[in-house]
Design a protein. Sequence first.
Length: 283
Amino acid sequence: KALCAAGIIVGLLAFFWRDTFNPDSISGARVLLTGASAGIGEQMAYHYSRFGAEIVLTARRGTLLQKVMEKCLQLGAKKVFYIQADMSSPQAPEKVVQFALQKLGGLDHLVLNHIGGTPFRMWDGDVEHTRWLMQVNFLSYVALASAALPILAESKGSLIVVSSLTGKISTPFTTSYSATKFALDGFFSSLRHELTMQKQDVCITLCILGLIDTEMALEKTRDKVYMSAYPAAEAALAIIKGGATRAREVFYPWWLELLCHLRDWFPDQRDVVIQSFYNYTSA
Ligand code: NDP
C-alpha cells in the first residue's frame, strides 16, 4: 500500500512538473530584455536567439551589449537591437519601451531582469542607497511594465519578472535588495489579480531564483555563504520556459518551491537554519 501511495505521489508530481514548453512558441516572438549585458540576462539573450526570437537588449554598457548582440545574431536571432539605458533615471523605461516598439513593431515578452549594484553585508544605515535601489530594482520595473502593458494586451503577451528567494523569504546581508524583491511580488501579484478581473490576457510570471553562478553574485558572496551556486544558463532557460508556458511562478532550482510553501510553518527554527548558511564574521 505504501509503495502504491508513493507511486501515485511521484506520478502526480511528474504530471504537475512535466515540461510543456514548445520552443516554436518563441520563434519570431518579439522580446524586450533588460539587464542583458551580463549574467543571467546575457544567457537569456542567447537562449532566445537559439529559439529564433526578435530581441531588443538593454543595459548601461554599450560595448558589452554590442558583443551580446553579435553573438545573438550568430546563434540564430531573427533580429537584434540594443539600447543603452540607466534604469536609475525615471525617463529610461518609457524611452526603452518606445525604442522596442519602433524596432519590433510590437511586443510579446517583456523580461524585467536588471538590478542595481548593492553591497552584500550587514545593514549600515544607508537610507539613500535603499531609495536609489528601489528606483532601479522596483520603480523602473513598474514603469517599464506600465509603458508596455497596452502593447502586451494587444499581443496577449507575457510579463516576466525576475526575483529571488530573498523576495519570498528574507535572508541576512540583503536588506535593501530583499525589500525591492518583496516589493516586486506585492506589486505584480496584485496586478495579476487586476488583469484577470479585467479579462486582460497578459500573463505575469514571477521568477524565484536561488544563488546563481554569475560573476557578480559569486564575487559578492565569496567567503560569506555556505551554499553552492547553480548555473546561469540553466536559470535563464527556466525563466524563458516559465514565461513561454505562462506559468504564474518559476522556481529555480525547483526545490525552492517547497521551501516557500514551508516558509511560515516553523519561523524560529527556519531563521536559525537560514543564519547557519551565512558567515557573520566576514560580512
Ligand atoms: P548581474 O549583476 O550579473 O547583471 C545585472 C544586469 O543589470 C547587467 O546586465 C547590468 O548591465 C544591468 N544593470 C545594472 N545596473 C543597471 C542600471 N542602473 N540600469 C540598467 N541596467 C543595469 O545580475 P544577475 O544576472 O546575477 O541577476 C539577474 C537577475 O537575477 C536579477 O533580477 C537578480 O535579482 C536575479 N537573481 C540573481 C541571483 C544570483 O545569484 N545571480 C539570485 C537570485 C536572483 P550594465 O552594468 O551594463 O548596466
